[in-house]
Design a protein around this ligand. Structure first.
Ligand code: FAD
Length: 493
């Protein structure tokens, strides 16, 4: 009995370490220790969450179970039986890959996420739409990160969001592997016996256990440079747009607390600000956003001429890749430009503007080209080879690249995560490939049009069922004969 109490106490402490862990590695370590102590195997994905719940009964744990139980009750998951037997591979542990993983696990699928890095290091801050805040709170966000969207705050650093989603994913028995890179799909071999291998993934390192798992579903969530074959990309080419992001150390002093944030949408219309900025500093911007988060985060779109005038860009090239190549950028001048814009933008009220340090140990400032943005032409396809079918889908930036200053990445990314989970559910129900694809493409047509205004307002009712999120939904606008080319019965390219 004494031993049990001691064990309970220790488990409570390990759980606390897990909840508090502030790095990707620390989270995985504390989770493994906890599972070892409780003698639980997360690979028993069908029973893991329930077993964990009965074993962890501290008030902190119970408060989290109450939240998560409410979620697992959604009728779409069919008590975790909707996708039992379906094996899903998710490429990329960014916010959208992780969010998709959680939904698939709640549907009862076996879910494996591979992430090529082993750190969550992006300080940059994501704008959250009200529904995403509601969604994350419903998954217990505040239990993991007490400061999550307190008061009027509607943003979170990418790093913090990944951390929180990883913890939730682990609790619902998602397998998460770091330092594993997806290379390509491997089709099933010909002339095999019935129990021969199915669709697999070539990964690095090649001898990793994930290499020998057969998958029914593969989801590309590896960011803007999607590595999955077979998806054509549409380019949206606008006028030259150069974005700069900058993160400064937030010491959380009273003086810093008083400085007002700049919400991008409202600010775009404030012409006087931009004229004054140009006159006083020579900096010419189209927009600027400032969020006070773990760092003081700024994202701004700068006009090329002012970057040339201020010596940030050295030579004027028409080719944007050459224009923004590291050899053509004066890093010191870029730091100065970002700092001056941040100082002016906050009316010189931030007492110190010391750059936060990025994953490479450098001041966290970056310049990106937004002239071209890409979207995949299609959201999913089905491959069939030697009697084995594979459902392949894209989510997040791989599917639809966001324009960061507008903050659509996470919001539309999560909608696509839910739509993809819905598709996997349909797939598991035994619907035909064309039925599944036609519905998915119909939903994908809606995605680029979504705004905070035109999606459903009753967040409490949101589930993976698209009808709960998209008012006036017509989920048959794409017909089956329009998606025949997405059902590929043949060799991989
Ligand atoms: P990502 O967050 O890009 O995650 C993709 C993940 O896949 C990464 O963890 C990557 O390591 C992993 N990966 C890639 N290739 C492989 C592979 N072959 N095998 C395994 N894993 C792989 N949005 C904003 O609104 N504001 C910003 O300031 C901002 N800054 C950004 C800075 C950077 C450097 C990047 C890459 C993106 C930024 N974004 C920003 C976009 C924003 O991060 C995304 O919209 C959001 O994170 C959702 O993206 P995602 O999960 O689809 O992809």
């Amino acid at each position: 009995m004494g031993e049990t109490e001691e064990e309970k106490d220790q488990a409570g402490k390990l759980f606390e370490n897990f909840i508090q862990a502030s790095t990707c590695k620390g989270t995985l370590q504390s989770f493994n220790l906890l599972c070892r102590l409780l003698d639980l195997d997360p690979q028993d994905h069908e029973t893991f969450y329930c077993s964990l719940k009965t074993r962890l009964t501290s008030w902190r744990a119970k408060a989290l179970w109450t939240k998560l139980d409410k979620r697992t009750c959604h009728k779409e998951y069919k008590k975790g039986q909707a996708c039992v037997g379906t094996k899903c591979l998710i490429i990329g542990g960014g916010p959208c890959g992780l969010r998709t993983a959680i939904e698939l696990a709640l549907l009862g699928a076996k879910v494996v996420v591979i992430e090529k890095r082993d750190t969550f290091s992006r300080n940059n801050v994501l704008h959250l739409w009200p529904y995403t805040i509601h969604d994350l709170k419903g998954l217990g966000a505040k239990k993991f990160y007490g400061k999550f969207c307190a008061g009027a705050i509607d943003h979170i650093s990418i790093r913090q969001l990944q951390l929180m989603l990883l913890k939730i994913a682990l609790l619902v028995a998602v397998e998460f592997h770091v330092n594993v890179e997806f290379v390509k799909l491997l089709e099933p071999p010909e002339n095999q016996e019935n129990d021969g291998p199915g669709w697999r993934a070539e990964i690095r390192p090649a001898d990793h256990p994930v290499a020998s798992i057969d998958f029914d579903v593969v989801v590309g969530a590896d960011g803007r440079r999607n590595t999955l074959e077979g998806f054509k990309r549409k380019e949206f080419r606008g006028k030259l747009a150069i974005a700069i992001t900058a993160n400064f150390v937030n010491r959380n002093t009273t003086a810093e607390a008083k400085v007002e944030e700049i919400s991008g949408v409202a600010f775009i219309f404030n012409q006087k600000f931009f004229l004054d900025l140009k006159e006083e500093t020579g900096i010419d911007l189209e927009n600027i956003v400032y969020y006070k988060d773990n760092t003081h985060y700024f994202v701004m779109t700068a006009k090329k001429q002012s970057l040339l005038d201020k010596g940030v860009i050295i030579h004027d090239y028409i080719d944007t890749e050459m224009l923004l190549s590291s050899e053509n950028v004066n890093q010191e001048a870029l730091l100065g430009y970002a700092r001056e814009a941040a100082d002016f933008g906050t009316n010189y009220q931030l007492p110190t503007l010391d750059f936060a340090i990025n994953a490479c140990g450098q001041p966290d400032v970056a310049m990106f080209d937004f002239t071209s943005m890409y979207a995949s032409e299609n959201a999913a396809l089905v491959r069939e080879r030697f009697g084995h079918q594979l459902l392949v889908a894209l989510v997040g930036d791989s599917l639809l690249e966001p324009f960061w200053p507008m903050g659509t990445g996470c919001a539309r990314g999560f909608l696509a995560a839910f739509d993809s989970a819905w598709m996997v559910k349909r797939w598991a129900e035994g619907r035909t490939p064309l039925e599944v694809l036609a519905e998915r493409e119909s939903l994908y047509r809606i995605l680029p049009q979504t705004t905070t205004e035109n999606i459903g307002k009753n967040f409490e009712q949101y589930t993976i069922d698209p009808g709960t999120r998209y008012p006036n939904l017509i989920s048959t606008c794409v017909r089956q004969n329009q998606v025949r080319h997405l059902y590929i019965n043949g060799e991989l390219p």
